[in-house]
Write a protein that binds this ligand. Structure first.
Ligand SMILES: Cc1cc2nc3c(=O)[nH]c(=O)nc-3n(C[C@H](O)[C@H](O)[C@H](O)COP(=O)(O)OP(=O)(O)OC[C@H]3O[C@@H](n4cnc5c(N)ncnc54)[C@H](O)[C@@H]3O)c2cc1C
Length: 357
């Protein structure tokens, strides 16, 4: 990686290795993004032992039809406690970035000369703030006026399990769509043939409308249908924990004078499949490039950073909007049965479905 020559400080409220509630499915794009930053990063990721290689999804419809769809690029499942620590290790090894852990930003004070980050121990001044503070981002609310909309936000819970029956191929991640809990899906993402990340997620507006408790829904799923048998001997090896997913597909302000929002802070999660890691990494790279340009031109105005918003709008928003459209269609059980059934029968349709997910 080229050293920007800038004084960069990475601040996080936690000390790494730290956990992040997630499904841990890391798409093939992650490797490509690392390669585009520095080929040695992608090589290190290829060598990284803490991951399970994956090559496709298996989707089960409410009516029990099943289609196996291969990914365009092979992916991985890696516990976020390991993956995120691997990424931080790359930053640490670069030796050019100051890392400050255990700093919880409580407030932000924008001014003409940048943004003050107010934390317990004082205030830190930054000329450009790249906010990657996740689904409950202070920067999104305080600097960009973001107000969460339950129709564009999901809730999800997950836990790690061992001894699940019927993981035939750990390279295949499983999605189960169930009549009673649409629009939402239950997942089993294998970490090995004996261990998996298991979870359930649903659109927040539906959770609210139906007054659902996701942890109860999750337990109900484990005790019903085919899952009852598959989880009869399974052992939960972590707490069942929940977190939010800010979904993409709407045009939003994601930068302004002296700041740029990335990843979940910019609501870039795929509204159909809940993937947000790849878009978080890609937007982070674009944000770093925008910040370097701002320093080169000594211009930190909202106008300067607008190009970042435009790149996201042009290169990502159309895809996220398509996924939003599909998400709204996918709450009809008969339609899912029809599509997955067609995928079960036809390899051509399967490959089409693979591109849409
Ligand atoms: C249950 C669940 C399952 C998911 N499954 C998948 C999946 O399988 N695949 C996928 O691609 N995506 C998945 N996602 C989405 C994915 O987790 C996010 O899109 C991704 O983590 C976004 O990365 P980020 O860097 O923007 O935010 P985060 O990963 O949330 O990182 C934010 C960081 O900011 C720090 N922080 C937050 N607030 C402050 C503060 N005030 N001061 C200092 N530091 C702060 C946090 O400690 C954290 O380290 C899932 C999400 C959930 C909730």
């Amino acid at each position: 990686m080229k050293d920007s020559g800038l004084s960069v400080c990475l601040v996080d409220k936690q000390r790494f290795p730290r956990d992040k509630v997630c499904g841990d499915a890391i798409g093939g794009r992650a490797g490509s993004i690392l390669r585009s930053i520095d080929p040695s990063y992608a090589d290190a990721w290829e060598r990284f032992p803490g991951k399970n290689n994956t090559r496709g999804w298996q989707i089960t419809s409410p009516g029990g039809k099943t289609a196996r769809v291969l990914f365009a690029k092979p992916g991985h499942v890696s516990k976020r406690i390991d993956f995120d620590n691997f990424l931080l290790g790359l930053v640490r090894d670069s030796g050019t970035i100051q890392i400050r852990e255990n700093i919880t930003v409580k407030d932000l004070e924008p001014s003409d000369s940048g943004t003050g980050l107010v934390y317990n121990g004082g205030t830190m001044q930054t000329r450009v703030l790249i906010a990657a503070d996740g689904a409950h981002s202070i920067a999104a609310r305080k600097l960009a006026g973001y107000v969460p909309d339950p129709a564009h936000f999901s809730g999800a819970v997950r836990a790690y399990y061992e001894k699940i029956d019927g993981i035939e191929d750990p390279a295949i991640i499983e999605i189960h769509l169930m009549d009673k809990f649409l629009p939402g899906y239950f997942w089993i993402f294998p970490l090995s043939s004996s261990q998996a990340n298991v979870g359930f997620g649903m659109l927040s507006s539906d959770i609210q409308k139906r007054k659902l408790d996701l942890k109860k829904v999750f337990q109900e799923i484990l005790c019903s249908g085919i899952m009852e048998k598959r989880f009869a001997q399974a052992v939960r090896i972590s707490p069942l924990e929940g977190f939010g997913l800010p979904l993409g597909g709407r045009k939003m302000k994601i930068s302004g004078s002296g700041f740029i929002l990335t990843g979940d802070a910019a609501s870039l999660v795929d509204p159909l499949n809940g993937e947000g890691i790849g878009n978080a990494m890609w937007s982070g790279k674009l944000a770093a490039e925008a910040a370097m340009k701002a320093f080169t031109e000594t211009d930190f105005s909202a106008e300067m950073f607008r190009n970042y918003d435009l790149q996201i709008q042009q290169r990502l928003l159309p895809e996220l909007r398509k996924k939003l459209f599909l998400q709204r269609l996918f709450n009809r059980p008969w339609l899912i049965d029809l599509l997955v059934g067609a995928g079960e029968r036809s390899p051509v349709f399967r490959s089409w479905l693979g591109k849409k997910l």
